[in-house]
Design a protein around this ligand. Sequence first.
Ligand SMILES: Nc1ncnc2c1ncn2[C@@H]1O[C@H](COP(=O)(O)OP(=O)(O)OP(=O)(O)O)[C@@H](O)[C@H]1O
Ligand SMILES: [Mg+2]
Length: 451
Amino acid sequence: MDKSKKSEKILVVDDSADTLEIIQRNLKTKNYQVYTAKGVEEALNLLSKISIDLVITDIKMPKISGFDLIKHVRDNFNDIEIIVITGYPSINDAIKAVKDGAEEYLPKPFTDQELLTIVEKTLEKMHMRKLMKNELHKINEAPFGIVGNSHLMQQIFKAIEKSASTNATILIQGESGTGKELVARAIHYSSLRASAPFIPVNCGSIPENLLERELFGHVKGAFTGAIESRAGFFQTADGGTIFLDEISETSTSMQVKLLRVLQDKEICMIGSGKPQKVDVRILIATNKDLYKLVNTGLFREDLYYRINIINIHIPPLRDRENDILLLIRYFCSKFAKELKKKELKFSDNALQVLKNYSWPGNVRELENIIYSLMVMNENEIIDISNLPSLMKFSAVKGAKLNRTLCEVEEEHIRNILENVHNNKTKAATILGIDRKTLREKLKNYRSDSNN
Ligand SMILES: Nc1ncnc2c1ncn2[C@@H]1O[C@H](COP(=O)(O)OP(=O)(O)OP(=O)(O)O)[C@@H](O)[C@H]1O
Ligand SMILES: [Mg+2]
């Protein structure tokens, strides 16, 4: 997200004017819209007028306590997040605040960075919940059954629309499981050819000698066992679309034949010397970098230039974070209907892990995981422990728990330095080490980062 365009509204409630000012200044550096209240009464007044996203409140305040504010917010504003800050840290206060509905608890004193980190984390959870709650209608409106609301997917929808209005050959690229076939189908079924067949051919799974027969057909007596003529996919697809998936897996001799079809719109059945015209639109897909294959001699350059005219590139799922949540809802609702089961619910932490995971198998992997959770899981709410173990590592990564002691030490030292405006004497005092040790540590960090 563009940090300069934050628009979340944060209300800070504390009886100390100094604390309010420090927090306000800190949050404003990140462009949040900040409102302050010196007590609960003032806070209630602001809450009735402004649609606040997050309340940061002290607990111990004269007149009305922060607990009452938490209760008021929970009873009246379900979507507002709450972070509790207090100068009287006691485990009981923390437990009560969280029980009453606060999302996070931060004991005073805290650094600017600690507050910003917790604010960002809380707001991210808020966005996640809103997405999971509100976007179901967008799923139902998914064009061609393609779910995705990200900017990147909007571009794909536009590309599909434009491609559908032409007869041009289109090269659809994307990692495995990103939805290349889904996009090819969408192009066909929204084109003028929609009522004619769409024939998908996986070039990687058909052996070389069979592929030619399957694509172009053969005449009677073309080879031993060819007791009668048989049409190939190109004839079957006449008037419609043929989808050549995994084009990179074809041999160079097959590539020559495909080039001829593309150029002359003609095929030659095996055993017949007579070319015949076909009216077939060709869509092509690959999960490989064809240009690299051209450079290594594995893909013909002439075919590459012939097919790489209009190109649709489907981005990997990890680059479409918000689509991940939408797809989770989509598959949950789809499989719940299919399996006649209740829809799954996810804890915030589990959602966070799913969102941070790198999804090497893209949408197909997500689809399979939701299916297996639906079939195998007995719990009503899916938590991190219910997710495949492969993903738990990314949970640890997200929570910054897989760092070495040295990395944690460096971050802590740098935080302190930032907070004391780089005054090394002050920083060393806070850290409980002498200046010389601090200087040496900093020197080591610098030399490490230069390596
Ligand atoms: N945006 C999406 N919305 C809904 N379902 C999707 C989406 N993208 C992919 N899928 C589903 O994910 C699965 C994989 O999609 P598809 O077969 O189109 O991917 P692919 O890129 O052709 O994969 P491969 O490279 O392995 O051939 C399918 O079940 C498809 O329906
Ligand atoms: Mg495919």
